[in-house]
Design a protein around this ligand. Sequence first.
Ligand code: SF4
Length: 217
Amino acid sequence: MESLAAHEAEQKYFDYAAALPEKTDVVAKFKENTVKGSQFKKPLLEFSGACAGCGETPYAKLITQLFGDRMYIANATGCSSIWGNSSPSPPYTVNEKGQGPAWSNSLFEDAAEFGYGMLLAQNAIRGGLKEKIEDIVANGQNADVKAAAQEWLDTYNTDSERAAKALAELEKAFDMPYMGTDRCDDATRKYLRDNIDKAKLGDPSGFTECIQANYAD
Ligand code: SF4
């Protein structure tokens, strides 16, 4: 084994390769939800400490290529919790937007309940944002903003591209009389600001989320 210092000069090659952009035209051509297309996407799992030839890590890598930018992991205890968070060098990483899997582990064989709690918490956070947006649709005064709010409500759970455009339009909400300082307190304005910013960052709340389930009677 050689010392780290002996290879420091090669760091620039890694930095160059890591900075290469994703080939979006190739991903678009092969569709990210196909086996082949998914493999052109950047994995958000790299350099794990699993045994060489481990059959578990390829599946974990694949799922990060499909959902990693908005993924929560409630890791059961076992091999994957060891190679999955071998501090200080966990193998999970982020994309160019800084979005990647959020990881946690509960020791006591309760990963299902633990993960369900994470899902409920995220549903509650997203539900709070959804209520504010619904309020704008119901009580807003700017037709463009109301249309953008409705567009976001219609797409945030199903079409990330359209939802992102709608969020950009929602910036106009802060110019509405409805959100003015005479009709809306600072805390509410800050709440909306924070939630729009969070939504822009992808608000990774789980790929199995169903807002209808969360709001069912
Ligand atoms: S599952 Fe665990 S023991 Fe088996 S190869 Fe992977 S890391 Fe090694």
